[in-house]
Each structure stands twice: as C-alpha cells, then as structure tokens.
Design a protein around this ligand. Structure first.
Ligand SMILES: Cc1ncc(COP(=O)(O)O)c(C=O)c1O
Length: 381
C-alpha cells in the first residue's frame, strides 16, 4: 500500500481523484445513463452506466486501494454482491459456509443457490478441523463470516487459507462487520471479499450498497460480465454517498469501537444480561485469534437477557437507540435476530446457535456512550 489506510479512505491510491473537471475536490455525480461516442467504434471510456460510470469508477478505485485488490465492484446492495459471487459456481458444486451467517445469505444459498444445483454445508467455522473434515470431492469454496452475524464467532483466517490452498478452494470472506479499516482478508490470502456497504462503509443508514473485491484478473473479468448482464450496478448518486461515507470510515470506526467497549463492559455487569458477545472483551473465546487477523473489534455486540420479557421490553423501551434492522451506521440500532435478520435461518440451526427469544443484537453508533448506556439502563430496568 503506497499510503496509509486513513489516506486511502480519502484519496485514490494513484491520486487520480485529483483530476476532476474544474479542479473539483470531490467527484461529480455523473447522473447520466448513457455517454456519447466521439466517433464510430470510439468511447470516452464510459458507454452506459449499467456497465460503468465515472462516479462509481472513483468509488471502485478507492475501495480497490482499501482492499489491496485487483478489482472492487460496486453493487446496488450486499445481496447483489452475493448474487454476483454465486454466479461463479455451477450445478454440482459444493460450498462450505460458516454455520452462523447473515440470514439473507442463508436464504439466497438455500433457495437461488440450491435451485442452481449448488449444495451448501453449514459448519462451525471457528473449528478449523471440522471445516477440513467437511470438504468433499465437489467442494469448491469456503464462505466465511468473521466475526459471525449475530453470535460473533471468530474464524481463524490463516487456518482457512491453509485449508483452502491445500484443497484448491476459493476462500470467500464476508467482511461486513469489520470493513477494510479493521481487516483486509485479501492480504491474508482470501480470494474474494464481500461487503454490505450499507453498513460501516456507507455509515449513515441512508443507502444500500455492496462490494465484491477480488485479486484475480480472470475472476474479475467473469464477474464484470455478469455484473453488466444482470444489472447489479450501484447508481451514481449512491456511489457518491458511499464515497462520502468512506472518507470518515477511520474516525467513525475508532469512536464506535470505543463506545462499544464501554457499553460491553456495562452489559457484562448488568444483572439482567446472562451472556455477552463482544470480540473486544478479553474473555471472548475468539479475542486472541481475532487480534492476529484484524486491527480492531468493530462495534457489534450481541447479548442474551435473563428472560424473553426483558428482551421484548428492552426493544419497546429504548428511546435513543432505534429498534431497527441493519448496523454499522452513526445511529445506534438494536434488532431481534430471531424474527428479523435471521428469521429465514432454519429453526433447529437458530436454536443450536442460541439465537432465541432472549437474544438481542446491538449496533453501536456515534452517540455519546454515556447517553447510550443510560438508554440501555432504563430499557433493561
Ligand atoms: C454480514 C452481512 N452480509 C450481507 C448483508 C446483505 O447486505 P444488504 O442488506 O446491503 O443487501 C448483510 C445485511 O445485513 C449482512 O449483515
């Protein structure tokens, strides 16, 4: 990386963001569906915005710098990025996935993926031996979320890389919870990294977006073809919003993490909280492994209350924190994964993972930590 991460959040790695018309400091929103050709068979570099757009191109360049990728493709949601990833696989292929996974990923795998003839095995990926034992002759990839959503299991990425290399598998990481600010899986040997940019990258709960970043030219070319063919592209305006969000990624994440640490300590000692899952806490099972592969812990906390009534009342009583899906933005949000984000995960899997009627997930935002604690205090009273 030629520049440090905080600089890369603000400038393209090759300084090409300095070349805007009239010296504009930020990239204009090129709100154009199509671009005129200078002559027959000639192009300005942009022909049609489904395929490429100058505002989106700058966003993709920034992301490519942050991920240290060969290519980063900006999609109109995290799910669009996952759709693009799925297109790499065909009838008969098998993918081994973290058992604890964002519910939307489970839904697309178990419906669209299975209809395509792809099989998915869900295993506890924090157990590397189990992952390796699960590999079959038709296994083509490992799909990992670390920390996992919502139970915060940590998977050892170095071990996953070893397994993937030994068995010739693609290593695919959903890095939504950490963003490239805290973890860059391509530098650790992953082949593909996905993000819901709706979360920390955008950071303001105001737009949907997704990324897929790759380090291989052939995979990039195949994905770019599918991307323009399926129309998964992020609009110019949304690209601008995500670019704007990324500029403050570092300061937001540092502060959100500080807030999360304070709140985790508060929840840990609360009499109505029976279990807390925050990877920043030293006692978290995956804390030490996480530190080998990431530079920070993020601001996602899950916790289990003493009974269902406490959990339901807390959701009804929070005032500053909103009871809403999603995560990673400046506004703190709390969800009930059992009926929201993970409603489509098979009941037996949910129960095994402990995602029950007492399980809450909190995305800590940028409000004052003491105000957030006061809100939780009155909601749990
Ligand atoms: C870990 C993870 N991956 C992917 C997605 C899907 O992203 P989007 O909602 O932007 O489509 C989400 C959404 O919550 C998520 O939490």
């Amino acid at each position: 990386m030629p520049y440090n991460i905080n600089t890369l959040c603000i400038h393209c790695h090759d300084n090409s963001d300095k070349e805007h018309p009239f010296g504009a400091i930020t990239v204009p929103i090129y709100q154009a569906a199509t671009f005129a050709h200078p002559g027959i068979g000639e192009s300005t570099g942009y022909d049609y915005s489904r395929e490429s757009n100058p505002t989106r191109a700058e966003l993709e360049k920034v992301m490519k710098g942050l991920e240290n990728a060969y290519d980063s493709i900006a999609c109109n949601s995290g799910m669009a990025a996952i759709t693009l990833m799925l297109d790499l696989f065909k009838n008969g292929d098998n993918i081994i996935c973290s058992e604890d996974l964002y519910g939307g990923s489970v839904r697309i795998f178990n419906t669209v993926g299975r209809e395509k003839g792809i099989s998915f095995d869900y295993v506890d990926s924090s157990d590397a031996d189990l992952v390796e034992k699960s590999i079959k002759s038709n296994t083509k990839a490992l799909f990992i979320e670390t920390p996992s959503n919502p139970t915060m299991l940590v998977t050892d990425l170095h071990k996953m890389k070893e397994i993937a290399s030994k068995h010739n598998l693609l290593l695919i990481i959903d890095n939504t919870f950490l963003s490239p600010y805290f973890c860059r899986p391509l530098e650790l040997g992953a082949d593909i990294v996905l993000h819901s940019a709706t979360k920390f990258l955008g950071g303001h709960n105001d737009t949907l977006a997704g990324f897929i970043s790759v380090k291989d030219k052939n995979i990039s070319e195949k994905m770019r073809f599918t991307y323009k063919t399926l129309g998964l592209s992020l609009s110019a305006f949304d690209s601008y919003l995500i670019l704007r969000g990324i500029k403050t990624l570092g300061v937001r994440l540092e502060r959100q993490e500080k807030n999360a640490m304070k709140i985790a300590e508060f929840l840990k000692n609360h009499p109505k909280v029976s279990k807390i899952m925050y990877i920043g806490l030293k006692e978290h099972k995956g804390h030490d492994i996480h530190l080998k592969q990431a530079s920070g812990f993020g601001s996602m906390i899950s916790f289990v209350t003493d009974n269902e009534d406490t959990a339901r009342k807390a959701l009804e009583k929070i005032k500053l924190i909103s009871y809403a899906e999603s995560l990673g933005g400046v506004e703190s949000l709390m969800t009930y994964p059992m009926i929201q984000t993970h409603g489509d995960v098979p009941v037996e899997v949910r129960e095994r993972l402990g995602i029950n009627d007492r399980f809450l997930r909190l995305s800590v935002g940028l409000e004052d930590a003491d105000d957030l604690i006061k809100d939780l205090e009155q909601a749990l009273a």
